[in-house]
Design a protein. Structure first.
Length: 735
């Protein structure tokens, strides 16, 4: 390809020359340019053009828009203040920059986006719109791209040497240009993963290359893999990592047992979901007499197998978390560890890392011990089986709960242990609530799937006593481990799971919404805030607005994250809290195990900076995994609704925007949108104060939280859109 020739301007004037010179100098406002450098940037090299540049430079200098810093060298006069923030793209190519320096987000018009993309870290300056006088921004620089890889559908241009990838994400406002030799032989219409390579100055689209062909849009595996690829999450292990893991010695040896506390004779069992494949925590129970009990929280000793500096550890760190999609788990560790060596399966000896407590009948910890152990699991319970014991208060244990014949444990001793642990857990929970913890027991949406992963039905998972029993003892271990390290005389670097206090403006917004349902909140102080939030969450149980209120309450909270800087956990009302109990699926727990053992051995404090960077990475990967999990639920909901085309459902308005209303079906929690364009019985306008669509003629109101009847209009698996038509309100319907 021949090089691009510089434009010869001849005697013609260069259009908008002053603006072009200003743009060059503002873009690199910390640099100086002479007229020759400006000419080169404008791609002109004739004498007439240089003379025009010199003239316009002098004019701009006279207007004090640029200044001469050195002889013949100029730079822009900066009159605006520059800020940095994160870009949140909105509809139609415009966006908002979220900046810590301002309470409100700064609007960026589409013509001022200047090639920034969603979630990019950007530099911008402020100005006032002439007519409205409102503050707006213009992006001047992309500081850091949020991502470089996008999922989309490729369109091969016939009889051409290029293609375009149309991204799936509604936040991506441009397609991606791909030369035909960089399409990886993808066929027209394939779903692909494309990587951005560059974005030429005068190009409307960035250039990219296809790095993976995912398959045909709409096919189940294609869409699941696309969800993972969209967030940069892997769905298989590299061969060398699997090979390394498979060659590990996972046998239980006398030499290793001798280095550990032997707790194989203690009554030990697991309680997990009935479909669980990995069991990373177990409880042991021993009645010491005189109202004192020894309770062990035993966690799979992942750090014994996953050694620092190995390819296995590098892979686990990069993943940072297992990803739980609707139809599969993408594990952090290869199966030989996650489902075998590190899984505390019944009737097997395992290496564990334990927190062992002596606790009295008031659930007070009288003594504690932390360290490496070897344990033997006597039984495996599903939550439902443990729940049956708690509800019946008997030893009627399911035949599916296996007990080894040659051990002294009996069904009676296990049932007694479960009942006593439940009793202690309830005392601990009451104390947490009294101390200001918030009870978020949000309903989880689950799907019944056939062998081909087609959804047969929807059911809701709620937390019962058996779930809360396990939760309380895991919280106890996490809290006590964090306290043990955090309260040492000399400060030691550790991994904390922190949760900041909620933002006042978000709480005020929550109050504004829940007041529509007749609920009141009291934000006078921390105690009144947590008390009224707990009352709200309890009061909405079983009501049509429960899922909406639960979701809004969670969104009003700050986001929990990992850090070496402890500020406590607001939601749990703990001054110290860590993640110690799930190292099979969370890398921060692996780090917590390593650091705890280091300090138990008398080691010096680890590097705070190094671990803080690892904490930030873990928090980021957790965020991406959560988004992928939500997308997989959304995908499966749409797949489920495909079989209900043109059926009507009663739902609750869960969101209102200027382009339509969002409705969540009460019976299955599937959420879809009614476009304002399809509300044809009147001309509806969005009322932001009322959180409602209001008809101009009829004054009919469709408000957040209202019950409505909707019909399934369209299900789009590829775009993950579920569209409804509005049939009216239940009271308007006739048989």
């Amino acid at each position: 390809m021949s090089k691009k020739k510089k434009r010869k301007s001849g005697k013609k004037g260069i259009p908008n020359l002053s603006n072009k010179i200003l743009s060059i100098l503002k873009k690199e406002r910390n640099k100086t340019f002479n007229y020759k450098q400006i000419a080169a940037m404008l791609e002109v090299d004739d004498a007439n053009s240089r003379n025009q540049i010199i003239k316009h430079v002098r004019d701009l200098q006279g207007k004090k828009e640029i200044e001469e810093v050195d002889r013949g060298k100029y730079k822009a006069v900066v009159t605006a203040e520059y800020y940095t923030g994160r870009l949140d793209m909105a509809a139609r190519g415009s966006g908002y920059v979220i900046c810590d320096d301002f309470d409100d987000d700064i609007f960026i018009a589409s013509n001022n986006i200047n090639k920034a993309l969603h979630d990019d870290e950007v530099e911008f300056y402020l100005y006032k719109r002439r007519k409205q006088g409102k503050l707006e921004g213009e992006i001047t620089k992309v500081i850091k791209r949020a991502k470089s890889e996008y999922v989309g559908v490729i369109q091969i241009q016939k009889n051409s040497n290029f293609a375009f990838v149309i991204p799936d994400s509604g936040k991506m406002y441009t397609d991606i240009f791909v030369p035909i030799n960089k399409t990886l032989k993808a066929e027209d219409g394939d779903k692909v993963l494309v990587r951005l390579e560059d974005w030429p100055e005068n190009a409307s689209s960035p250039n990219g290359k296809v790095i993976q062909v995912l398959g045909k849009p709409g096919e189940h595996n294609t869409e699941i893999h696309a969800i993972l690829a969209e967030y940069g999450l892997p769905y298989e292990f590299p061969y060398e990592v699997e090979d390394y893991a498979n060659k590990l010695d996972t046998s239980i040896t006398k030499e290793e047992i001798a280095k550990r506390r032997d707790m194989r004779q203690d009554l030990t069992f697991t309680i997990d979901p009935k479909d669980a494949k990995d069991f990373d925590d177990a409880l042991s129970f021993k009645d010491l007499g005189n109202g004192l009990y020894e309770i062990g929280i035993h966690i799979a000793d992942v750090s014994h197998y996953v050694q620092e500096g190995t390819i296995l550890d590098d892979e686990a760190y990069e993943r940072a978390t297992s990803v739980y999609l609707v139809d599969r788990v993408v594990p952090m560790l290869p199966e030989v560890l996650s489902n075998n060596a590190c899984s505390l399966r019944p009737n097997e000896e395992k290496y564990t890392f334990s927190a062992v407590f002596k606790i009295n009948d008031k659930a007070e910890v009288k003594d504690q011990w932390f360290g490496r152990t070897v344990t033997y699991s006597d039984a495996r319970f599903a939550y439902e089986e443990a729940q049956a014991i708690i509800e019946s208060k008997s030893n009627d244990i399911s035949e599916e709960v296996s007990l080894t014949g040659n051990r002294y444990q009996t069904t009676q001793s296990i049932a007694d242990a479960v009942l006593k642990l439940d009793e202690l857990a309830k005392i601990m929970r009451r104390k947490r609530m009294k101390d200001g913890a918030i009870s978020f027991d949000k309903v989880e949406v689950k799907f019944e799937l056939d062998d081909d992963n087609n959804p047969l039905g929807v059911y809701f998972k709620t937390s019962k006593d058996a779930n809360k029993l396990i939760e309380e003892f895991m919280l106890l271990a996490n809290r006590k481990v964090a306290e043990f390290v955090g309260k040492q005389d000399q400060k030691k670097t550790f991994i904390y799971r922190v949760h900041d206090e909620p933002d006042e403006s978000k709480l005020a917004n929550l109050q504004g919404i829940v007041s529509r349902f007749g609920y009141k909140l009291n934000f006078k102080d921390r105690k009144s805030t947590t008390k009224s939030l707990n009352f709200l969450l309890k009061d909405v149980v079983g009501k049509k607005e429960q899922n909406l209120v639960d979701t809004l309450a969670i969104r009003s909270m700050s986001k929990a994250e990992y850090t070496t800087h402890n500020i406590g956990h607001y939601g749990l009302a703990f001054d110290y809290y860590s993640h110690f109990t799930s190292p099979i699926r969370r890398y921060p727990d692996v780090m917590a195990h390593r650091l705890l053992q280091r300090y138990l051995d008398g080691g010096k404090s680890a590097s705070e900076d190094a671990y803080e960077e690892k904490c930030q990475h873990s928090s980021n990967m957790e965020y991406l995994a959560t988004k992928a999990e939500r997308d997989s639920i959304k995908y499966m909901q749409i797949k489920f609704m495909q079989n209900h085309q043109d059926e009507t459902f009663v739902g609750v308005i869960s969101g209102v925007t200027d382009w339509g209303i969002y409705v969540e079906i009460i019976s299955n929690k599937c959420e879809g949108m009614v476009s304002v364009r399809d509300m044809t019985d009147d001309h509806y306008a969005f009322d932001q104060d009322l959180f409602a669509m209001v008809g101009r003629k009829t004054k009919k109101i469709f408000q957040l939280g209202d019950e409505v009847v909707v019909k399934v209009k369209n299900t789009d698996l590829v775009k993950k859109h579920l569209d409804f038509t509005l049939e009216g309100k239940p009271e308007d319907q006739t048989n």
